[in-house]
Design a protein around this ligand. Sequence first.
Ligand code: HEC
Length: 416
Amino acid sequence: MRRLLLTAVLALALVTAFVSARQRAIRVPSPPPQASGVTFNKEVVRLFQQNCQSCHHPGDIAPFSLMTYREARPYVQLIKEKVLSHEMPPWKPVDGCGDFDAARVLDQKDIDTIVQWVDRGAPEGMAADLPPQLVFDSGWVLGQPDLVLTNPEPYTPPTSEDIYRCFTLPTNISEDQYVSAIDIRPGDRETVHHVIAYIDTTGESVGLDERDPGPGYTSFGGPGFSISNANAATLGGWAPGARPVMLPEGIAMSLPASSRVVLQVHYHPHAGPAKADQTQIGIYYSKQKPKQLMRILPLINQSFTIPPNEASYKVTAAFPIPLPVATHLWVISPHMHLLGRKMTVQAALPNGTTQCLINVQDWDYRWQGLYRYRDGVALPAGTRLSLTGARGGQKSPLITAPTNIRATFTSCRITG
Ligand code: HEC
């Protein structure tokens, strides 16, 4: 048997040799295909895997997939344009202010590689160069959450006005939990403007829901009930462009036993007929009891008036008191609706120095990210936090609150 196999292998090798000899004989000599120069299969797909595919795969937020050559090919000119202009991958904080984790930035060498590839006619290259495909299975960016909560009944918002609707969802957890990350999936991305996940530890939201007909209840501003546990007020939120971030090990948010999560959804009418929405939250538990608890602090101005056609109007906000305890700042998230163009947030330390926390010069409503500091920013007690939001040439009719400009911090402090 072994002999037979050997002979067969030998025969095969001979046949192969014969075929390639024949091919060599009849083919006009030419350089091997794509031996030099950038190809999709060799360099470009690897850059797409590292920098683009997390959003550009079927079912995620980007408008087309960049998983395969066939899918990417129709967009090559647009890809060149968007990487040259630094619009893709999307990343808003300006360099030199804030040291952020997982910055989505291509370096110049990578931009040159992509541009060179497009300018050479975007060749595919050799199949043998392709790396294994990345796999995106569950649709949740961070993998399957430990707990998924959904409003059981879809809600159809009015088409004529903005509405803030709250949905109270039981967690049914019997023990205190600690949360490392949340992810929110809006049902109808065209109307869901933003979402805040409040925690209700007393069940008060159930009564509010019962008194308001239809799914959920309407409440502008807060969630309509008092927050009794300052350590468990909210789990954060979602706005267009936000990608979930995991808190560092040892730091988590508190979700007390048998609490409810109240999703406050801001619906903004869109053109066309009304659509039903069923927004979902995915919750990721911390694997061990945290050493520090995260709290969310909104630094917010919701009482300004922008006069008509005032193109460079500024809005500021500051906490009324300095930080009462030493704090580490981990995540920051600017928010300016369609009002502003620039935002800077700073910390004035008790020693008289000022630290820049984030600087956005090209605010885009579609990219309201959460930005996580690489090592946390240590802020001593007595630090004052403030922000300046500014318009950048937009003219407008009179704009008054309830629209607001804010930065949301997540910070942590030592627990007992
Ligand atoms: C964090 C998610 C994310 C990442 C990472 C990302 N994109 Fe996008 N991309 C989007 C979304 C969402 C849109 C549509 C909205 C927009 O244009 O901002 C988009 C749009 C585009 C467009 C079309 C723009 C238009 O005007 O139609 C191109 C081209 C593009 N992306 C290329 C890339 C390339 C190349 C990379 C990697 C180098 C990349 N993107 C990384 C989410 C992402």
